[in-house]
Design a protein around this ligand. Structure first.
Ligand code: CA2
Length: 151
């Protein structure tokens, strides 16, 4: 099984500012943690981060028939991008939406997620651990429309 982990705009800046919202870890820390988790689960993992919407659409398209599951934190594109929603629908790859914070408890404009409609689950507000939960959901199989949030 191969899982693609996609991180959207500004996630390459994690650990630099706003640690009270996103924690102190960097994108590199996150990817190293997920590599260890993938080894434990016995799955192959690939990482992609981009600040460009079209580049993320291209990456999702090129994953067609190549990866078995996608973990995606679309970052700000969560709240704006029909193109990412359509890309996930187009490839039909089981996809889990992840957010480090819980966008539903923040600004009003963060309450909309376009991509959610095409995802089998959403994990939010659990920090970096949310990505591990997402990988577990994908490896466990047929979970439909689960939303998990920190209590
Ligand atoms: O909570 C999340 O994971 C988000 O997807 C993170 C996005 C935000 O736009 C979403 O509403 C929720 C932001 C990505 C990182 O932005 C930074 C901002 C300041 C310093 C470092 C990163």
């Amino acid at each position: 099984m191969k899982i693609l982990v996609i991180n959207g705009p500004n996630i390459n800046m994690l650990g630099i500012r706003e640690p009270e919202i996103y924690g102190k870890g960097t994108l590199h820390d996150l990817e190293e943690m997920l590599r260890v988790e993938a080894d434990k689960l016995g799955v192959e993992v690939e990482f992609f981060q981009s600040n460009h919407e079209g580049a993320i659409v291209d990456k999702i398209q090129e994953s067609y028939k190549r990866v078995d599951g996608i973990v995606i934190n679309p970052a700000a594109y969560t709240h704006t991008s029909v193109a990412l929603l359509d890309a996930v629908k187009a490839v039909g790859i089981p996809t889990v939406e992840v957010h480090i914070s819980d966008p539903d408890t923040r600004d009003e404009f963060r309450k909309i997620s376009y991509i959610r409609q095409a995802c089998i689950a959403t994990v939010k507000g659990k920090g970096f651990a949310g990505y591990i939960e997402a990988m577990n959901i994908l490896t466990n199989g047929d979970v439909k429309n689960v939303q998990t949030t920190k209590n």
